[in-house]
Design a protein around this ligand. Sequence first.
Ligand SMILES: [Zn+2]
Ligand SMILES: [Zn+2]
Length: 135
Amino acid sequence: MVCPVCKEQMIILELHEVEIDYCPACSGIWLDAGELELLLEDQGEREKIVSSFHLDPEHPEKPYRCPICRKKMDKVYVGEKKELLIDKCPDNDGLWFDEGELKDVLNLGDKDNKVVELLNDLFGANLNNQNGGNK
Ligand SMILES: [Zn+2]
Ligand SMILES: [Zn+2]
């Protein structure tokens, strides 16, 4: 699969027995439909996060194209306070997370999510610090 942002070939990583597509160039992550739910271990948190998805058809950010069907993806807010913005295929092929966003979404839920630990191990703990630059 090719990255919807920078068109590089993505690599498949296994996170907690879920296969994800990861772009080594921009550190974005693609999840097929249903995979986010698999990564959220706690059912209550899972429902809370998934039900907080809020489509924003007017969002000015440039849309990416779905790596599967090539349609323009929708901008979707996540979180009760619309903390995060991710991209979702209109045909529900899956979800796109820019660098650090998957961890941010998982952090909205269960704070002890094992997947967050795995992401930290894989990519380092500085994923939160997207705009921090190199010191
Ligand atoms: Zn990329
Ligand atoms: Zn699609």
